[in-house]
Design a protein around this ligand. Structure first.
Ligand SMILES: Cc1cc2nc3c(=O)[nH]c(=O)nc-3n(C[C@H](O)[C@H](O)[C@H](O)COP(=O)(O)OP(=O)(O)OC[C@H]3O[C@@H](n4cnc5c(N)ncnc54)[C@H](O)[C@@H]3O)c2cc1C
Ligand code: SF4
Length: 565
């Protein structure tokens, strides 16, 4: 039916999909956006500014909330009693782990996706990342260089509102920033210690509005970001891209629409998608001239691997055989935690202001020589601390009764802890495929993970633990301990690689514009195109690369490569 044909279908409304639909709608195209879960409603979904003792289950949530759900594991900070009851997270669609794999796949299915709750760290990638293969001989270069992508980073930063300072560091290119987030007392102490051991300690690049920005209010530092912002003071699709796309009247947004596969014509070109209408429990098809997949890295590969047809027997646009391969991730874990004795007994101040990414230690290893260390590439570290809502250090203190309570108070401003962000390298053993034996409750074949930590990132993990021993000593801090093992793979939510981009159609799924080599009217707007991880997070780059991809696609519409519906 004619009214069921759109210029573009965008699958997913998160950082990538939301940006794509805003740009395409503003350019006058008729866009149909499909989102697997319900619409996010900040008035109902974010219950910030309440104390845990005001909540029925003290913030932990109803222990029976996952009863009968196929995926029972709770997700962390972002999914709590503060956002309970509205079905924002994916627990109906289960996934598989191959034997020996322990992937933790957190999914926000509501509109806006994970960037409703993200940590906001927003550093640029640089040539040290794009050309890493030239430097150390491992893997593949990216098909872009810094000079080409820098203007898109600027555009993304200006749109999102990223706060930071100019730092002149080779692995951490500077951008267009709002004033930085004010530092906590502990940041100055850590910075002094870090200077003594030759490690940088600098303001992070944080997409949190230190001043009012483009119609969005300045942050009031309530520290509740990971439960969603009630006023829209950090970049999220819910407050930024989605309302802007809807204002054009060119958007049709279908919620609770779980896309199963991309449909193709007899030539193997995309002609639409098939999705499950979760409310009506029926399968529906929708058509368009161009399809954009932005379902978040591994889910985009899942949809493509499930899009089998005569022209594409192993999944759409998979003539390279690389679809689902090269799964990379950040190794996360705490290499050191303890406290700052000099702050003992100081008055408590509400300085847990941004609840994570105020300052960080950008990569300092292997900068002069790519093989200075036992590992190649490098990692970064975030330091947390300050007077948080809950005294998580309670288990480090001994005692009971009123003395214990006094001690909790005395230590309140003192605890600090590190979080390592170490990139994995692509490996033939790390990939996703389709589980041949299992389907989800909608009859869609499940995604299956195969993943092990590699030697390189485990060497970084050991290295970071020694750095923490040195740092704690240098700043006069007491080290309570460190995680024995890294967090489970998947924890960071910065997975990349499964639809990697590059110039050679035999080795890469998409070209440098994120247009699939095999199917010219199929584009990808998420981190699956990045061939590997860096020591930086992925969201601001997803927005920047999406802006660039959409610009290229619009040009293709102008040139007649794509026609309108
Ligand atoms: C607590 C937390 C902290 C984080 N901290 C940072 C940070 O500091 N810096 C950083 O850069 N990143 C951070 N991240 C990660 C960041 O949120 C993601 O990189 C980013 O949101 C990914 O955007 P996306 O659009 O690719 O995917 P998503 O946000 O996952 O959006 C995908 C969308 O697609 C929809 N969808 C999925 N499958 C289907 C389907 N089959 N059919 C239809 N729709 C579908 C979903 O409903 C969702 O709306 C953090 C995330 C969390 C949760
Ligand atoms: S700290 Fe700022 S950005 Fe975070 S939830 Fe509060 S007002 Fe929003």
């Amino acid at each position: 039916m004619a009214d069921n044909i759109y210029d573009v279908i965008v699958v997913g409304t998160g950082a990538g999909g939301g940006t794509a639909m805003k740009i395409l709608c503003e350019a006058g195209l008729r866009v149909c956006a499909l989102n697997s879960g319900p619409r996010t409603d900040p008035d109902k979904d974010y219950r910030n500014h309440r104390q845990v003792y005001d909540l029925k289950y003290r913030g932990y949530g109803d222990p029976l909330r996952f009863k009968d759900k196929p995926h029972q594991e709770p997700y962390s900070v972002e999914e709590s009693e503060y956002s309970e009851g509205r079905d924002l997270f994916e627990h109906d669609v289960a996934y598989s782990n191959a034997p020996g794999t322990d992937w933790y796949w957190k999914r926000c299915k509501a509109t806006g996706g994970k960037a409703n709750f993200w940590g906001r760290s927003s550093a640029r990638f640089g040539d040290i990342d794009f050309k890493a293969a030239d430097l150390d001989g491992f893997g593949e270069n990216w098909p872009v260089d810094y000079a080409e992508i820098a203007p898109w980073f600027s555009k993304a930063e200006r749109y999102m509102g990223v706060a930071s300072t100019i730092q002149n560091r080779p692995s951490n290119p500077d951008g267009d920033y709002l004033a930085p987030i004010p530092w906590r007392c502990l940041d100055y102490i850590i910075q002094k210690g870090a200077q003594k051991i030759g490690v940088p300690y600098l303001p992070d690049r944080c997409a949190q509005l230190t001043v009012a920005h483009e119609g969005h209010p300045a942050c009031h530092y309530c520290g509740n970001c990971s439960r969603g912002c009630e006023v829209g003071s950090f970049f999220s699709p819910t407050w930024f891209t989605i309302p802007e796309a809807e204002a054009t009247k060119n958007l049709t947004l279908k919620t609770n629409a779980l896309v199963r596969s991309v449909l193709v014509d007899q030539n193997g070109r995309a002609k639409g998608v098939a999705y499950v209408d979760r409310d009506a429990r029926k399968e529906v098809e929708v058509s368009a001239k161009v399809v954009v997949l932005a379902a978040s890295c591994v889910e985009t590969a899942h949809i493509m691997l499930n899009s089998k047809s005569r022209p594409w027997p192993t999944g759409i646009a998979n003539s390279s055989g690389q679809l689902g391969r090269n799964l990379c991730e950040h190794l996360y874990g705490c290499p050191g935690y303890g406290y700052l004795p000099r702050l003992l007994g100081q008055p408590a101040t509400p300085d847990n202001i941004a609840d994570s990414t105020v300052a960080w230690m950008p990569r300092w290893q292997n900068l002069k020589n790519p093989r200075e260390e036992k590992f190649i590439r490098g990692y970064s570290v975030y330091m947390g601390g300050g007077c948080g809502e809950f005294p998580g250090y309670y288990s480090q203190l001994e005692g009971f009764g009123s003395k214990f309570k006094r001690d909790i108070k005395r230590y309140y401003p003192t605890p600090i802890g590190a979080l390592i962000q170490a990139p994995t390298l692509p490996s033939p053993t790390n990939y996703v495929d389709i589980d041949p034996d299992k389907q989800d409750i909608f009859g869609i074949p499940r995604l299956r993970f195969h993943f092990q930590w590699g030697e390189n990132e485990l060497l970084m993990w050991q290295h970071s633990k020694q750095v923490m021993v040195d740092l704690f000593k240098a700043m006069g801090a007491e080290l309570w301990g460190a995680d024995v093992e890294p967090n489970r793979p998947g924890t960071s939510l910065h997975e990349t690689g499964v639809c990697r981009f590059g110039n050679d159609p035999k080795k890469f799924v998409t070209n440098k514009w994120a247009q699939t080599h095999d199917v010219p009217n199929l584009y990808i707007c998420d981190a699956s195109i990045f061939p590997n991880c860096t020591d930086k997070t992925t969201t601001m780059p997803i927005v920047a690369f999406t802006m660039r991809t959409c610009d290229y696609m619009l040009d293709n519409f102008k040139k007649g490569v794509h026609s309108r519906a």
